[in-house]
Design a binder for this molecule. Structure first.
Ligand code: SF4
Length: 230
């Protein structure tokens, strides 16, 4: 289990909870607009934290923090992820898992064991443009579909979320994506913002009124839709 970042406090990243964030290195996707490129492409072992350091911090914050966000990179790439989350749960914390949805077997196993309280899954784009948006043109979307169907079954609270990039998402793509996910609970759209730490350059976001128009296209297909970060 590798950890290469730890944020001690957040009130923004876990809905309704005061939490901390654990970052894991590496990702199997190469989304060109990835805002955490240094976590994905330049794994620096010097920055790794010991699992015990994080668990010790959590022991000291019992009763003060509600939850832990596990994010990446792609956390489900980590071999020891299930045991790590089990340790966090044994300390009484709620756990939110961020994932790109490409490891449905691991997702189903972790949720099935009651180790995760909330899943935020990235939906990169319509099925037709999934590969190009994830930076893997030959990506097999079947794994993503499996994770989508599992979360839609309602075993665990979840959200789908999409970072919308002007150069990658047209209104037709948003419509196609929303029709694919039809009947899902929550969908958040967030406009791309250049973090300065991207895999590729030349990308831009939509403005607020354009995002509102895209949300209007999506909203009939979900129980709840919202813009985030605008
Ligand atoms: S945006 Fe997420 S899924 Fe895409 S490369 Fe970055 S960490 Fe991986």
């Amino acid at each position: 289990m590798l950890i290469n970042g730890f944020q001690k406090l957040t009130i923004l990243d876990y809905p309704g909870k005061v939490a901390c964030i654990v970052f894991t290195p590496g990702c199997n996707f190469r989304c060109p607009f990835c805002h955490n490129a240094s976590l994905v492409t330049h794994i620096d072992k010097e920055t790794f934290l010991q699992v015990d350091e994080v668990l010790d911090y959590l022991k000291k914050r019992q009763g003060l923090l509600d939850g832990v966000v596990i994010t990446g990179g792609e956390p489900l790439l980590q071999d020891g992820i299930e045991d790590f989350i089990a340790e966090i749960k044994s300390l009484g914390y709620c756990v939110k898992l961020d994932t790109n949805g490409s490891f449905p077997e691991k997702l189903i196993s972790i949720v099935g064991k009651g180790l995760v309280d909330y899943v935020a899954m990235d939906i990169k784009n319509s099925k037709e443009k999934y590969g190009i948006t994830a930076g893997l043109e030959k990506l097999d979307v079947a794994k993503i579909e499996e994770s989508v169907e599992f979360l839609k079954s309602g075993t665990c609270p979840y959200e789908f979320r999409t970072t919308v990039v002007r150069e990658l998402h047209t209104p037709q793509d948003i419509e196609s994506m929303a029709m694919w996910l039809k009947g899902s609970k929550q969908c958040f759209l967030q406009s791309f913002v250049d973090s300065g730490d991207l895999i590729c350059s030349g990308y831009s976001g939509y403005n607020k009124s354009e995002m509102q128009n895209l949300l209007n296209i999506a909203k009939n297909h979900f129980e709840s839709t919202e813009l985030r970060g605008i």
